[in-house]
Each structure stands twice: as structure tokens, then as C-alpha cells.
Design a protein around this ligand. Structure first.
Ligand code: SF4
Length: 350
């Protein structure tokens, strides 16, 4: 797929846009003022593969801990700030790697101060348009925010920044449903070349939010649109990161850790595919390098999938199962012993 040509922007140690990899972001859900808990959660997210982390900064107590949080983590730290220029300025002073604001929420003189400070520290600003907080004059008498309104708001906010000669920008345009979000991003992608951060906001629970995000973000990524992604779930943010990676891996855009192929099972199944898949998922979750593992109920499709995978377990009848490595059968034995043998293979090769 041809990637949209976006401007390259530096966020701490990471670069986004251009041909740089599409990065997985998340947001903490601990009180930012609680440095211990927030840093601990970020470390867990880093372990799961989070590459940029955003924290909400609602008050002075939260902003004053940012320097210490940054010291304890290894990925770029983004401060999410609404309305208070003092908080934005202090966040920059504390050394955050990026700000997320809506420029229109600040009086002009205060916005100028923020821009000046961000320029001095060379940190980018994300303009985060959200359908839930669109400007009143854009909404007018309408009840429902349209994609066109979101784009209008984005363009207005971008112009505000460009007038101040600030071009170190990332843009997002999130709505809680797929169609509006996709339409808004497609429209804006044609108008500006700033990198786009993708997300379906308030997407819902792990189940429905994952589906919505995969549909919306996946569609846009397939069209070459998007430079960073965040999956918003009403769940542990570690799950957001996992889903983000699965979306990128399933589109062949990034590689990381294990990719599991398992059959849905049918009347031909010779082994406990579901149980084995869960156990294999647990055994392989710490592996960082790309690895494809197939767990297949019988040889019908199992041998074919097994040939293409790095490792495979395939049901073989009469309570037997096979292990394949790099397309070759390397073990044939009882189903009850198969996990033990699989573990040995993992330990000696990955
Ligand atoms: Fe059924 Fe075998 Fe296909 Fe699994 S691999 S769905 S058990 S035919």
C-alpha cells in the first residue's frame, strides 16, 4: 500500500511521519499526580510494546510530577492539557516530549507563549480534535457533529498555529464511530501534510472497541493514512497496546513477537486447539522477535499452515500430535506431551 507522504516530526527519541514505522501509543489511567503508580503503569505499557505514552494533566499536582515520571521511563512522554496555559507552560518546563492541546481553547497571547516555549524546546504539539468538544460556532444549531465540522475545526486550529509560524504539528480527528472518523481523516489527509495520529475515541469495551478500532484504523492504514495509532478501550491500557500491535501486524505494517494462527476447529479436530492456543500464547508472550506459530486441529489444513509457520502444533489422530519447525515435522508424540516438547523447542530456538 502506498503511504501518504507526511512531514517527519520528532517526538523525544522517536520520529514519526515519512517512512518511519507507524507507532503504537497509549494513555495512562492512573492519577498523573501519583508518580509511583503512573511510572509503574508506563513501564508495564513499555513492556507490552507501547512506543509513546500520553498522560492527562488536569492540575498543578499532576504537572509537577512530570519531570520525575520522565526520568523513570524510556519512551516519549506526552502531556494532554486542556484550557490552562499555565499547565501547558509548566509541562514544557518539566521536559515533556510533546503537548496535546486544542489551540483554540487558549487566549491568543497565552497561545503565543506556549508556542514560543515549545519552539525553544523543539517539541511538537498535537492538535487533538474530538467530536465531543467541537467549537460551538462550528456546531451551530446542529445536534450531531459531522466529519466536515471536525475537519473545519482542525483546519482552523492548524491555521492558528501556522499564523504563529509553528509547523511542528501532529493532528488527530477522533469520533466514537468508524464512519465519521474515517471520513474526517480522509478529508484532512488531502488538505495537509502533517502526520496523523489515528484513533476511534471512546470506542467502548475491549470487545466492541477492538472491532471498531480495527475497522476504522485498519481501513485508514490500508489507504496509507496514519503515522501513530491509539486504541481507546474501557480496559487496562496494556490491552490497548496489544490490540494496536495486532492491527499493525495483521496488515503487515510492523512485526513484533508472536503471531498466532489457530484453526476454529471442526468435527475433524484431533487435539484441544483452544486450550493449546491459550497455553502457547502464554508461553510466547515475552518473545519480542517476530515468530509465527500455528496450532491446527488436523492435518487437512494443518500441514500447509505448519509449513508456512516458524513453529506449529498439528493434530495427527489417535491422540497424537506433531510439532513442525520451519516447515518440517520434527516431533510426533502423544497430545499430552506436546506442550512440554513445544516448550523445549521454544527455549532452544527463540
Ligand atoms: Fe477442522 Fe482441521 Fe481445518 Fe481445524 S485444520 S478447522 S480441525 S479441518
Amino acid at each position: 500500500m502506498a503511504r501518504r507522504k507526511s512531514k517527519i516530526i520528532k517526538i523525544g527519541s522517536q520520529k514519526i511521519g515519512g517512512n518511519f514505522p507507524i507507532l503504537v501509543q497509549s494513555m495512562t489511567n492512573t492519577p498523573t499526580s501519583d508518580i509511583e503508580r503512573t511510572a509503574k503503569q508506563i513501564k508495564e505499557l513499555e513492556k507490552a510494546g507501547c512506543e509513546i505514552i500520553r498522560v492527562g494533566v488536569p492540575d498543578l499536582k499532576s504537572v509537577s510530577g512530570l519531570r520525575e515520571i520522565k526520568k523513570r521511563i524510556n519512551i516519549p512522554l506526552v502531556a494532554d492539557i486542556h484550557f490552562s496555559a499555565d499547565l501547558a507552560l509548566e509541562a514544557i518546563n518539566q521536559g515533556v516530549d510533546k503537548l496535546r492541546i486544542n489551540p483554540g481553547n487558549f487566549p491568543k497571547d497565552r497561545l503565543k507563549e506556549i508556542v514560543k516555549a515549545a519552539k525553544k524546546k523543539k517539541i511538537p504539539i498535537r492538535i487533538g480534535i474530538n467530536s465531543g468538544s467541537i467549537e460551538k460556532d462550528i456546531l451551530g444549531p446542529e445536534k450531531r457533529v459531522t466529519a466536515e465540522m471536525m475537519v473545519k475545526s482542525a483546519v482552523r486550529n492548524i491555521k492558528l498555529m501556522e499564523k504563529l509560524e509553528f509547523y511542528n504539528l501532529v493532528i488527530s480527528l477522533k469520533a466514537p464511530d468508524v464512519l465519521r472518523t474515517v471520513k474526517a481523516y480522509e478529508m484532512l489527509a488531502k488538505k495537509v501534510n502533517y502526520p496523523l495520529h489515528l484513533g476511534i475515541t471512546e470506542a467502548g469495551t475491549e470487545f466492541s472497541g477492538t472491532i471498531k478500532s480495527a475497522m476504522g484504523i485498519g481501513y485508514l492504514l490500508l489507504k496509507g493514512i496514519g503515522d501513530t495509532i491509539r486504541i481507546s478501550l474501557s480496559a487496562d491500557p496494556v490491552e490497548e497496546v496489544k490490540v494496536g500491535w495486532e492491527i499493525l501486524k495483521s496488515l503487515g505494517l510492523r512485526e513484533r513477537g508472536v503471531k498466532i494462527i489457530s484453526c476454529p476447529t471442526c468435527a475433524r479436530s484431533e487435539i484441544d486447539v483452544l486450550g493449546l492456543t491459550r497455553k502457547v500464547e502464554n508461553l510466547t508472550q515475552e518473545i519480542k522477535k517476530p515468530l509465527t506459530v500455528a496450532i491446527m486441529g488436523c492435518p487437512v489444513n494443518g500441514l500447509g499452515e505448519g509449513r508456512e509457520a516458524d513453529l506449529a502444533i498439528v493434530g495427527a489422530g489417535n491422540n497424537l500430535a506433531l510439532i513442525m519447525r520451519d516447515g518440517k515435522i520434527i516431533y510426533r508424540g502423544k497430545e499430552k506431551d506436546i506442550l512440554k516438547e513445544f516448550k523445549k523447542e521454544l527455549e532452544s530456538h527463540y
